[in-house]
Write a protein that binds this ligand. Structure first.
Ligand code: ZN
Length: 314
């Protein structure tokens, strides 16, 4: 990317800041692939490179992007912490990792319980055991790295001659940053951290489908609930247009409700709506599984529509 920019010979300060994204599949000859998608040889990455006219402007870009990453993980409902990190082989002067605390993580972190301090242990001296701000002992935990930011300065722009013209018409090196989100790993890490022994849980925003409707088994005593559930499916589709393409009707009615409910838990729909015995009551009551809250409630048709029309998917 830096080379590409350097090839633009007449870049002006007016065109900065410049932020170039690269969202691609990557391949890495990983010697020890492990835990499914957490460390694999093929994965999706979101990379970004920033070019600014001054060190000060580049630091502002850096803060802006770290904040955006923080908001992204918050929206996903993941307790990701931003920790001070080693600049490693990429270099630069400042670097942070976005780490999701988890026992299976490969990185070791030290965190102040009050949030003053967070670092990858590899950046710390062996004797540092207390928070430099409040003096509380630091908590040790393992983490999965899901994002990384680097403030690069002119390390790469000087190599590739990535210059721009200043207002005085002089050539100057651009100040750079580079930023990455491990898209595949975010998926895997979220499922790893949120799931329970017998059900997958996705952050609602990235669940493949939001709602699964399960009608009664064919030939069962509750069969008359099937038509009510299908009508409810249509009503939800109309009342919650944001869920278009996010509703699944599991019409494998040769199977029991229990069998299909088990499958639904394994696939991780945030909501499962079942027409069981109480769907034959007057008024009909539907069984509503809110997976991420771990709750089961009974709601009327209106209650289900009201609940689902509030679901945000973007
Ligand atoms: Zn502290």
């Amino acid at each position: 990317v830096t080379e590409l920019l350097a090839a633009q010979s007449n870049l002006s300060y007016r065109q900065l800041p410049l932020r170039l994204y690269q969202v691609t599949r990557k391949f890495r000859d990983e010697p020890k692939p492990r835990l499914g998608l957490l460390r694999s040889r093929e994965f999706h990455m979101k990379d970004m490179y920033t070019f600014d006219a001054s060190a000060e402007a580049a630091r502002r870009s850096y803060e802006l992007i770290c904040d955006a990453y923080g908001r992204l993980f918050q929206a996903l409902g993941l307790r990701v912490v931003q920790v001070r990190a080693d600049t490693g082989s990429i270099g630069g002067t400042v670097s942070h990792e976005f780490q999701l605390p988890a026992d299976v993580g490969e990185d070791r972190l030290a965190l102040c319980p009050a949030g003053h301090f967070a670092a990858n242990v590899e950046t710390m001296s062996a004797e540092q055991a207390a928070c430099p701000t409040c003096g509380e002992p630091l908590t040790r935990t393992r983490g999965i790295e899901v994002g990384h930011t680097f403030y690069l300065g002119t390390k790469y722009s000087s190599v590739f001659n990535a210059n721009f013209y200043t207002p005085e018409n002089k050539l100057q090196l651009a100040e750079m940053g580079c930023y990455g989100l491990g898209i595949t790993r975010i998926l895997a890490a979220a499922v790893e951290v949120l799931s329970t022994e017998d059900s997958i849980r996705w952050p609602s925003l990235i669940a493949p489908y939001q709602v699964c409707f399960i009608p009664p088994k064919k030939g069962s005593r509750e069969e008359k609930g099937a038509a009510l559930l299908e009508r409810l499916y249509d009503d939800v589709a109309e009342a919650a247009p944001q869920l278009a393409g996010d509703l699944v009707l599991d019409d494998r009615t040769q199977l029991t409700i229990g069998k299909r409910l088990k499958d639904a838990n394994r696939l991780g729909y945030p909501y499962v709506i079942v027409a069981g015995k109480k769907a034959c009551d007057d008024p009909a009551m539907f069984e509503v599984w809110s997976q991420n809250a771990g709750e089961v409630t009974f709601l009327t048709r209106e209650g289900v529509i009201d609940l689902l029309s509030k679901v945000q998917v973007s």
